[in-house]
Design a protein around this ligand. Sequence first.
Ligand code: ADP
Ligand code: MG
Length: 657
Amino acid sequence: MGRIRVLPDQVANKIAAGEVVERPASVVKELLENSLDAGAGELRVEVETGGRRLVRVADDGAGMLRDDALLAFERHATSKLRDVQDLFSIATLGFRGEALPSIASVSRLLLETRSAEETTGTRIEIAGGKLLDCGEAALARGTTITVRDLFFNVPARRKFLRSEQTELAHIASLVTHYSLAHPDKTFRLLSGASELLSVTPVGTLRERVYQVFGAHTLEELVDLGACERELVLPPPYVPPTEAVESRREPEETLPRTFRLRGFVSRPQVQKGNRNSIFIFVNGRLIRDRLLLHALSSAYYNLMPAAAYPFALLFLECEFDEVDVNVHPSKTEVRFRHQSFVHDFVRDAIRERLIESRPAPAFTPGASAGAGQAAARLPYSEFSQMLESTAAAEVSAPPARQAGAAESAPEFVLRPQPGPPPRLDFEGPGIPSAEPSAEAPKWRIPDTHGAFPPEAVPPPAPSLAELSDLRPLGQLQESFIIAAGRDGLWIIDQHVAHERILFEKVLRQRAAGAVEMQSLLMPLIVQLTPGQQIEYARIAGELNASGFETEPFGNRTIAVKAAPAGIPAGELEKVLFEILEIAEQELRGRSLDDVRRNIAASIACRAAIKINTRLDHSKMEWLLRRLAATDCPMSCPHGRPIALQYPTREILKAFHRI
Ligand code: ADP
Ligand code: MG
């Protein structure tokens, strides 16, 4: 007897569930997409314990006929696809007929549905893929699917679920973004008794953005309007011998139109991670490297490479230009004309950005924004750096020993050979805020504290030397030039002050004595659902760090006091920065990380900016205080603070040795 067997449906469904249902948010996604496909105008999502105990999606869509309702749980049963040709012109979000059987195989599912054509509804109960009950019920038109105890029969999967907060954040993000894709529909998201999102139909995407993110975000966004580009295919090459039967179908030579609309942030708005980038292709929320790349290329030179914009992009094209059948979860796509799509998206965004803001503010002379920008990093890198900084702080000996350079490289200066290594010269070709005569301009390059790995570490400059530096003056009102025992030092005044304040805030926090300033008027801040969740989690830590905040109505908080030193105008930004958490961080972040992150944000905002004149006594004060810090070599974001040009190198450059 042979050894190969065809797996029973129940097993096959469970296997498929492994791909389709990764976490509660995947259930929400599949159910929402089904509701949208059913033409619903009102979508209501209810969850409990981050979706583990309960996910319920209710819609007022077309509903299902009795016979269809049972069939829907058969594998590959779908009303959206008939033959293989349809696969290349998919207008619906679903088409694989896998979601319902997959979800039903790993949960206790209740389907309640009534189609307009029937007077009574249908109620079907399934647990772990087994039909428990099927009957009639009096129901309103539409469909409600309740999924309880996800993965109750797959303990291995259950173990992979993250904290309730993390799972809830994924769900909130998902519902928020589907609501953005469908401004004409009602969306509600409830977690237990609290309402995280509730939006009623509006006429434009702009109004929906306002409903979801508030006026503050809207002000910072550039409307892309309606961008279009036609792809004209070259006439097919037909070898003379085959002239009669052309290889390409005639319609393939027709121009194909790609359309892009949505919002992107002004270059000054810099996010630490990709969490604020949402891309929809033909109405489907996707993650796509090609389009992410196109987006960052659009911002090239307008924003530091390590920062990310906010973006809400809707790309529309002919269905056969994009293959959506790449992965069971349908979050990946493949474009037929990749480089065309890439360039179109890049150019459309870039043109609008330049049009709306002809003078990028990234020369330090232009605005204070540049100073802030200089210290932004993607959140993941940032926290990794905090960790490595912390490790270095613990392990670094008080005075440098030989070999220390290898053991704690984050923390050691390695001047690069050649002329002043950390400053780039920017030619006059780059547009500048003030078209002044004294071009070219200095620009602070985006170094992020990373040293080229190939640089050979010279003997590490001694930390001790910092304490007897003699300030000589300022370069570009941004860098302090100082003479030391064994060389010339350049100190970035902003990050130096940042380090001083960072340690001070942490010390004060540990002692429970944070310096605060009361606000004359409480500041009212509106939060997105994601920020609201993070706020709920860290409110205690925020208050202990000097922010006196309290909930103030729906997704709104009132700030009554703030840590000393933060300019009033930047308070909101600091809060948003703190509440902005990358997905991966949500999983692994301890309260200690949160504390450090808060301290780093406060320090960054309160620190002296670059392009600030400092008199001699201030420079001296700054150097002394820097020398007294635990880790004077890198700022809380991991950037270098001071560069040393060793006397030895100076002597070599003058051919004296
Ligand atoms: P797919 O969406 O790929 O077709 P699903 O397993 O998600 O597969 O759903 C199977 C079928 O059940 C759908 O094709 C649709 O006919 C029906 N269905 C599912 N959810 C709904 C809903 N909310 N309203 C109406 N019909 C639905
Ligand atoms: Mg579906």
